[in-house]
Design a protein around this ligand. Structure first.
Ligand code: ADQ
Length: 413
């Protein structure tokens, strides 16, 4: 079997309301993650490592920093015929933005028609994981399905955030029913507290996908959504395949992180996924260079730790420290420090995520907090220590008690 011609489409237009305030000024896929990454880098790294090098990224909502990131980091040599191209909302069908994710793809059918791929791989842009999509494409072709959905087991309590898959016990690579974000689904027969969740990653035969998109565009009752409309279309047609993520075997994975997949749709999930990175035995290993996670060009010099003049030893433990960070006489534990963060003497940062260029001044304390770019914590100020005080100051405090301070805020003592 010769390799099929594959076009990859990354859905990157989501608003990410539940990640506010981190998505106040940027699209969700552009939200920084893990010190030096942006969320979209995981999907793009997976595609490129799978050798899929014709990639269109569909953007719409506050896409400026996303476009800039793609142009700076992901531009490929057009001489080799490879590309990662951002495609903004086209308004080809009238003066509205994309109605839903299927409409976004419908509005770019000209790209599919021009490229003439055999297979279209469609992926979301807001999950943290490693996946070799070529293994899913091979399984899809072998199964004879027209459209396949990747799935993973998730706790039943999260069912209302996912498409829930029901596979046919007689042929486990077929989906016989699919419910988008059900309130009260049944658990799996062998595990009543779990459901099979759609990962929002799809593989489609290009001709069948085009037919489905046209039918969907003409359906007045449709919300033009991949999970809500296109998946059910193929399920009803009896040609919807299931790809179990557990089968995916990425080079260099360990038993601990082989099936790691996190939706970071809420602030608590975003925070927890960071804590997975810094666990002493990481639950997700960013250091697997057999399946590299590509990221923005880092223009900062190396990180520096200073034993300050007052005799304070600047140090960090169980933490990720990015280039350009200076820890001067400060104590950091269990935290992720993004490029350009500065910490001064007698300050402490624990169990926190600091985005680019945050400044922590002397004697300040930060605990269980997410600080967006350019936040300044003034001398002696405290964040994440007193929940009520944080709420009173207008900061977001999540259900599990993480304080989130938005971009450019100056926190006073
Ligand atoms: P959601 O993530 O809730 O569920 P959606 O909001 O459509 O679905 O987002 C899917 C992807 O499409 C995201 O990457 C988002 O950024 C992007 N997107 C959304 N609207 C878009 C638009 N108009 N234009 C371009 N891109 C857009 C989906 C599936 C579920 C599945 C979960 C897994 O619908 O079945 O379980 O993903 O997280």
């Amino acid at each position: 079997m010769s390799a099929p011609k594959v076009l990859a489409i990354v859905l990157a237009g989501g608003e990410g309301k539940r990640l506010m305030p981190l998505t106040a000024s940027r699209a969700k896929p552009a939200v920084p993650f893990g010190g030096t990454f942006r969320l979209i880098d995981f999907a793009l790294s997976n595609l490129v490592n799978s050798r899929y090098l014709h990639v269109v990224v569909l953007t719409q909502y506050k896409s400026h920093s996303l476009d800039r990131h793609i142009a700076r980091t992901w531009r490929m040599s057009p001489l080799l015929g490879n590309y990662v191209a951002p495609v903004p909302a086209q308004q080809r069908r009238g003066p509205h933005w994309y109605l839903g994710s299927a409409d976004a793809i419908y509005q770019t059918v000209n790209i599919i028609e021009d490229e003439k791929p055999d297979i279209v791989v469609i992926v979301g842009a807001d999950h943290v994981y490693r996946m070799d999509f070529s293994q899913m494409v091979d399984a899809h072709i072998e199964s004879g399905a027209e459209f396949s959905v990747a799935g993973i087991r998730q706790p039943i309590g999260l069912a209302d955030q996912f498409g829930v898959i029901d596979v046919d016990p007689a042929s486990p690579d077929r989906i016989r029913a699919f419910l988008e974000k059900p309130k009260d689904p049944e658990g799996l027969p062998d595990s009543p507290n779990e459901i099979l969740a759609s990962m929002g990653n799809y593989v489609a035969n290009a001709d069948a996908l085009l037919e489905a998109l046209v039918a969907d565009a003409e359906d007045p009752g449709s919300k033009h959504d991949m999970g809500g409309d296109i998946v059910p279309y193929f399920v009803n047609k009896g040609t919807c395949g299931f790809y179990d993520f557990i089968r995916n075997d990425v080079p260099g994975s360990t038993d601990r992180d082989r099936d790691y997949w996190r939706d970071v749709g809420t602030l608590d999930m975003y925070y927890d996924a960071h804590m997975d990175l810094i666990a002493v035995q990481p639950v997700f290993n960013v250091y697997n260079d057999e399946w590299p996670l590509h990221q923005g060009l880092i223009t900062h010099p190396p990180a520096k730790f200073i034993h300050s003049e007052e005799g304070r030893l600047g140090h960090a433990a169980d933490s990720i420290v990015s280039p350009g960070v200076i820890v001067s006489g400060a104590t950091v534990t269990g935290s992720v420090l993004s490029p350009g963060v500065r910490l001064h003497s007698w300050s402490t940062v624990s169990d926190s995520v600091l985005l680019d260029d945050v400044i922590i001044n002397r004697h300040a304390q930060v605990h269980r907090a997410i600080l967006d770019k350019n936040v300044v914590i003034e001398e002696g100020a405290r964040v994440g220590i007193d929940r009520e005080a944080d709420i009173a100051r207008g900061y977001t405090v999540t259900e599990s008690g993480i304080t989130v301070v938005s971009k450019n805020t100056v926190v006073t003592a």
